[in-house]
Design a protein around this ligand. Structure first.
Ligand code: PEP
Ligand code: MG
Length: 372
């Protein structure tokens, strides 16, 4: 096996010496960040903050989103702030000196709110037994019913959540900025980048970016440490790709969220579709591989090319990457190289494969696999 290890190491270092694409990893814990680094990741291209709100913190999230009063919401946010700061300090430490793209909260609401049916059953069975239902349950049921969505993936997520829940963005950005300050004071070189999800209109990004800048300035002033974080956006809706020129006016970087972009371009639910009819589609030859695995060059890929071209025309130094699952798919890596991206970001375990493929793509003659 020593021979194989040496051969792989040699192939990787050759790939690294020729590839133009940077390879980052998707990671949202210090452990994953450290693992990604061992696999050769040059930073984190996507740190999802959703999981950080699960477990014991769920209750605080419920309070934040369902809060009936401003003070209840502010209390929940205040309790979340130090927890978030700690999350970010750990990840920035593990990736010290390398970029860490932290994405603001982007949960489909149903993953966070308590289950409506469960609550309804509890309330109804108390009533049926002649007992007074728990007032907390009644209140929650009312709130959850008001917020219920038939299509949560098309609902109150991403930037929309940031725009409607007062204080949420400020809390996350403050946690990021304070973590940066903490790392700087400890002698580190934190390179946090802030990414806004699910943008469809430049106005959404402009409003959110202004809030981000305001909080960064506030923390810089309080701490005496100048905190500068590039602010960018995911491109994961067709409308974002088609208006990329305007969006680039407000973004220092783009990262393609090809999971959502595939879902919204095809109109396939990324959660349901595989079970329902994908095998039939593969059998009938509608497509040769799942468009959720390999980039669909004709549709999704075309949107990517449009966004790259218009984004760079508006802002020549725009940094562009991809952080959907496709970032670690060999065939897709060739496409992203050809489309002129700066980096791909994938799960830590796929980093070596992405490095190799990025090298192969750079060596491939033009007119081969990446230019279809
Ligand atoms: C995406 O949509 O491709 C993406 C990276 O974001 P998420 O999978 O978290 O929606
Ligand atoms: Mg997405």
């Amino acid at each position: 096996t020593d021979g194989i290890v040496t051969a792989v190491a040699r192939a990787l270092s050759r790939a690294d010496s020729v590839r133009r694409l940077e390879v980052r990893a998707n990671a949202d814990t210090p452990e994953d960040a450290a693992r990604a680094r061992r696999f050769g990741a040059q930073g984190i291209g996507l740190c999802r903050t959703e999981h950080m709100f699960l477990g014991e913190r769920r209750r605080l999230v419920e309070e934040m989103i369902l809060a009936r009063t401003d003070s209840a919401r502010d209390r929940a946010l205040a309790a979340l702030l130090p927890l978030q700061r700690q999350d970010f300090t750990g990840i920035l430490a593990a990736m010290d000196g390398l970029p860490v793209t932290i994405r603001l909260l982007d949960p489909p609401l149903h993953e966070f709110l308590p289950d409506r049916t469960e609550l309804a059953v509890r309330v109804a069975s108390a009533e049926a037994a002649g007992r007074r239902p728990d007032p907390h349950d009644v209140e929650l049921l009312d709130a959850v019913s008001r917020m219920h969505e038939e299509n949560p993936m098309l609902g109150l997520r991403g930037v929309r959540l940031g725009l409607v829940v007062p204080g949420l963005v400020a809390m996350q950005v403050r946690a990021i900025a304070e973590a940066v300050v903490e790392r700087v004071r400890a002698g580190g070189s934190p390179e946090a980048e802030i990414m806004v999800p699910l943008v469809g209109a430049v106005e959404e990004l402009r409003i959110e970016r202004e809030e981000v800048e305001r909080v960064l300035a506030e923390v810089s002033k309080e701490s005496g440490v100048a905190v500068h974080c590039p602010v960018g956006t995911m491109i994961e809706l067709p409308r974002a790709a088609l208006t990329a020129g305007r969006i680039a006016g407000e973004a220092q970087f783009f990262s393609f969220g090809t999971n959502d972009l595939t879902q919204t371009t095809w109109g396939f639910s990324r959660d349901d579709v595989e079970a329902a009819f994908f095998s039939a589609y593969l059998d009938k030859g509608v497509f040769a591989t799942s468009p959720f695995e390999t980039i669909d060059r004709d549709g999704v890929g075309r949107l990517v090319r449009i966004a790259v071209e218009e984004g760079r025309a508006a802002r020549p130094d725009l940094k562009i990457g991809v952080c959907g699952e496709h970032g670690g798919d060999p065939d897709s890596v060739h496409f992203f190289h050809g489309a002129g991206l700066d980096y791909v970001s994938c799960s830590p375990f796929r980093v070596p494969v992405a490095r190799l493929e990025a090298g192969r793509a750079a060596l491939a003659r033009t007119g081969t696999s990446d230019s279809r």
